[in-house]
Design a protein around this ligand. Sequence first.
Ligand code: SF4
Length: 396
Amino acid sequence: MRPRDDAVDVAEPLARAGPAAPHDASGEQVVTRALTGLAPPARPARRWTPRRVVAVPAALDHPHGRRIVDRVEALGIEVERLRANRLTGVRGDTDRETYARAKSTLAIVVSPPSRRTLQPIAPSADWRVDLAEGCPAHCQYCYLAGSLSGPPVTRVYADLDDILANLAGYVGRGTVTSRRAARVGEGTTFEASCYTDPLALEHLTGSWRRAVEHFGAWDAPVQLRWTTKYADVDTFLGLPHAGRTRVRFSVNAAPVSDRLEGGTATVPERLDALRQLALAGYPVGLTIAPIMPMPGWREHYGELLDRIRATVTGIDRLDLTAELITHRFTPGSKEVLLGWYPRTRLEMDERSRRRKHGRFGAVKYVYPSDVMGDLRAWFDRELAARVPAVRVLYWT
Ligand code: SF4
């Protein structure tokens, strides 16, 4: 028998307080390579097939919970119906084993009641709305590392209809896009990828398609937003989105995406998906993150921008934004990431960073001011020159 602390409360959120930036790993090979600190080679991402899927009893009281179960079972994956909100069998004998088990587990749960009170998510959007927490990919800088507690099981929310219905009370109340002149055209914005990667899970849940349709039918100045490192957009192309969903693709220079992003779609695949959505009339965007000043960074990021320019050439009525986010880490995220990826070559050396205090006094390590200045000046200049259609929303 396993000790009692083997149990994980699947109804509780993974997330601790604090903002996370937005984001298939398929099979043991990806997990194994991630554990050794080696990202799998760039290749088309396969759809994630969790090795274990569980559903808590309360999830089955919700129509969307039952829809997710039907969808997963139709894919030939067995769904374990739990008797209580406790999931056992996730913890292994070592941290690595626990990580591998959790990363290959999907839990269908109900979101915690606290999630009905939305939190601001500057500088991305007015409000954060969570349809899931956790992600099956293996990025060695993962944004979730400092924000999660417990084994990184992916939880998807069965109470989607209630989550979406709750948003109406927030229209016009945000401070990021609702009230700022530069972004007021976006309306009240809801960010739906703070603790997950929507397109990594969509084939299992259908949640983001329903959200797109909800916003499409919502005749108000509102916008749904999410960012992804996947490219599976076919089922979104014909949706009645009414231009009220902006999908951004998280992209990076080849040394980062090839070496540090395990199990995601390749950058060319993501950009191809961006083009398809833009041609289908969606507002689209780029999340260039995490920006890193690796050797030859001007050339590497220059190649990325040239690829972006080629991607968006010839698209009528293109609405393209960019969000630029430099790499940073916290003491907590570094500890978690080194546990997940002990052989990572990701630079997280406090001595080469500037210490900064975030909201509520939390410490984070960012690049020194001169490095930051060089990066920002280069991106300002080169984005304007190489991708003039892009509108930069923020740099951080
Ligand atoms: S795509 Fe990568 S960075 Fe984003 S949540 Fe998943 S593992 Fe983390």
